[in-house]
Design a binder for this molecule. Structure first.
Ligand code: GTP
Ligand code: MG
Length: 321
């Protein structure tokens, strides 16, 4: 129970900015008002401002309007319940074809970890400054809490200081970092890291990579090369390819999810910096656009500012419960 309480508190804190904006515009806007077309128009605007996205907002408002006209929702309190249910439905099921009225159960998407005794390899990617390295520290702590041993591979050999940053985290968290020479081929470092992980029999190897845009062809090719090295070292590797998206970049994060999702075989998303934005609704937009699960959210700069993604906690956090 303490775990869940803690988790709700973290997500709730992380959503403080979104809540202040959304609550001011939604809960207080809705409650006490007469339910009519003008209220629906105001709600629509507030959802768009929270970056829920045009497609998802359209679905939510259309369903609310239809149920209002059919007499199924009669007042503003019922509208609030309706909105929360629609948002949860959109978050629970991925992709553009979700029916907001279908009460689809949320199937959590935990990390794909290999059975005990086998190495799991997690590849981490995303654009410059998205929060890759910090998210790796968070993921390491999360895995350590599950009694998994972790090794880190410093395959961001591109930016001066990147290796050092990972090493500082490694030291703090008590995990080793495999590094190469300055400007080493990242794929060669990935190879060494795999060999070390197998020799040391660690449970999980996490590979940090240089920030790249989905439009940077040489860097995307380099990522493909790293993947092929990993695939030769362990069956079905990488077992997770996580895309880190910076929530504060709003619609840009959405475009990255679309582009990377197609190009880089992404298996999950970590949405970082949720604490730094009033536009936490971007999770809904991402979930509605691509069928890639959001696995974790980052809610601060410390390793513990991290929580598995769950629609109920998220939506309640957004509305301030
Ligand atoms: N507030 C907040 N800051 C974060 C979060 N995640 C990362 N940051 C900060 O964002 C900045 C960039 O994070 P990094 O982890 O270095 O990002 P990166 O993707 O590895 O960056 P490059 O390696 O340069 O591409 C750092 O100052 C982090 O402390 C988060 O969830 N919340
Ligand atoms: Mg980095």
């Amino acid at each position: 129970m303490a775990f869940f309480k803690d988790l709700i508190a973290k997500v709730s804190q992380g959503l403080a900015k979104t809540r202040q904006a959304v609550v001011a515009k939604l809960t207080s806007l809705i409650l006490g008002r007469t339910l009519d077309e003008s209220l629906l128009a105001d709600v629509e605007r507030a959802l768009l401002e929270a970056d829920v996205g045009v497609g998802a907002t359209g679905k939510i408002i259309a369903a609310a309007r239809e149920d209002f006209r059919a007499g199924k929702i009669k007042d503003s309190a019922e509208l609030l319940v309706h909105l929360k249910r629609s948002l949860k439905a959109l978050l629970a099921a991925g992709g553009p074809d979700v029916d907001v009225r279908a009460a689809s159960a949320f199937i959590p998407a935990p990390l794909h970890l290999r059975p005990h005794g086998e190495l799991t390899i997690i590849l981490v990617t995303g654009i410059n400054g998205a929060g890759k390295t910090t998210s790796i520290a968070k993921l390491t702590k999360h895995l350590q809490e599950q009694r998994k041993s972790v090794l880190l591979g410093a395959c961001d050999t591109f930016r001066a200081g990147a290796v050092k940053q990972l090493e500082v985290w490694g030291e703090r968290l008590g995990v080793d970092v495999i590094r190469g020479q300055a400007n080493a081929d990242p794929a060669a470092v990935a190879f060494d890291a795999c060999k070390a992980a197998l020799a040391r029999k660690v449970d999980v190897l996490i590979i940090d990579t240089a920030g790249r845009l989905q439009t940077q062809d040489p860097l995307m090719k380099q990522l493909a090369k790293i993947r092929s090295v990993l695939a030769k070292q362990a069956q079905d590797a990488p077992h997770e390819a996580l895309l880190i998206l910076d929530a504060t970049t709003g619609q840009n994060a959405l475009r990255q999810a679309e582009a990377f999702g197609n190009a880089a075989g992404i298996t999950g998303i970590i949405l970082s910096k949720l604490d730094g934005t009033a536009k936490g609704g971007i999770v809904v937009a991402i979930r509605s656009a691509v069928d890639i699960p959001v696995k974790f959210v980052g809610t601060g700069e410390r390793p513990e500012d991290f929580a598995p993604f769950d629609p109920d906690t998220f939506v309640e956090g957004m509305f301030g419960q």
